[in-house]
Design a protein. Structure first.
Ligand code: 5GP
Ligand code: ZN
Length: 110
């Protein structure tokens, strides 16, 4: 937990945010500035700055995120139409919130 981290504050319910999903390890909520009709963020509760900071023993967080992404894609109704999964890494990679998260983006009409 990092008190100056926005996503830690959301995880800890200090900032009111509707969770689409929550378990012991992850929360999922809608992106405040969606880039597509479906844009949700899959967020480990553990504070990890970015992919660069992942430790080997944290590999289960990454596999857990992808398994959850598959389920959330179905729940959001985009599993068949298709979607993108994205990690932004550090400033040059477009990361603005330095608490690891996976974007699930989809729902375009194509
Ligand atoms: P990044 O660029 O770090 O990968 O993505 C951070 C995402 O968090 C952005 O898409 C941004 O719109 C979203 N975001 C920033 N602040 C908030 C917030 O307070 N609530 C929610 N739900 N999303 C946020
Ligand atoms: Zn954090």
């Amino acid at each position: 937990m990092s008190s100056d981290c926005l996503f830690c504050r959301i995880v800890n319910r200090e900032l009111p945010t509707e969770f689409l999903y929550e378990d012991d390890d992850f929360v999922v909520f809608r992106d405040i500035n969606p880039a597509a009709p479906v844009h949700v963020l899959l967020v480990p509760k553990k504070h990890i700055r970015s992919i660069n900071d992942l430790q080997k023993e944290e590999g289960s967080i990454i596999s857990g995120l992808f398994m959850l992404a598959k389920d959330m894609a179905k729940e959001q109704g985009v599993n068949e139409s298709g979607y993108k999964l994205l990690f932004n890494v550090e400033k040059g990679g477009g990361q603005v919130i330095f608490h690891l998260h996976l974007h699930l983006i989809g729902g375009w009409k194509r």
